[in-house]
Design a protein around this ligand. Structure first.
Ligand code: SF4
Length: 111
């Protein structure tokens, strides 16, 4: 809620410019095209206030993060399984890195 918006929009009744607002930039990532269009139009004619605009953005961000949070909670119940996956991934990455380095050493004629 403390995010800086259009610095020229001082009061609720001042028309804003979403093109210079970070909240609008995030709407373009997290909100539906209809909502982005609504903010674009309503901000410019002071039809929506920054507080409501931010609340809508927060709802959409939370909605987007919900599946990730759900997955995180699921994984947190199995720390041993997560550790095994990390160890296996590190081992496989190490093999790939070693093969790559072998190619690099040959390419630059290092022992
Ligand atoms: S209404 Fe939304 S897009 Fe417009 S200045 Fe406020 S926070 Fe930014």
């Amino acid at each position: 809620m403390k995010m800086v918006t259009d610095p020229a929009r001082i009061r609720r009744q001042d028309p804003g410019n979403p093109d210079v607002c970070n909240v609008y930039s995030l709407h373009k990532i997290f909100s539906t095209p209809e909502q982005v269009n609504m903010v674009n139009v309503e901000c410019r004619r002071a039809g929506i206030g920054c507080v409501d605009c931010k609340k809508l953005l927060a709802e959409n961000i939370n909605q987007n993060l919900a599946p990730l949070r759900e997955k995180r909670n699921e994984l947190a119940k199995d720390p041993d399984g997560v550790r095994d996956v990390l160890i296996d991934g590190a081992r496989r990455a190490g093999e790939i890195a070693e093969a790559t380095m072998e190619g690099v050493r040959k390419a630059v004629a290092l022992p």
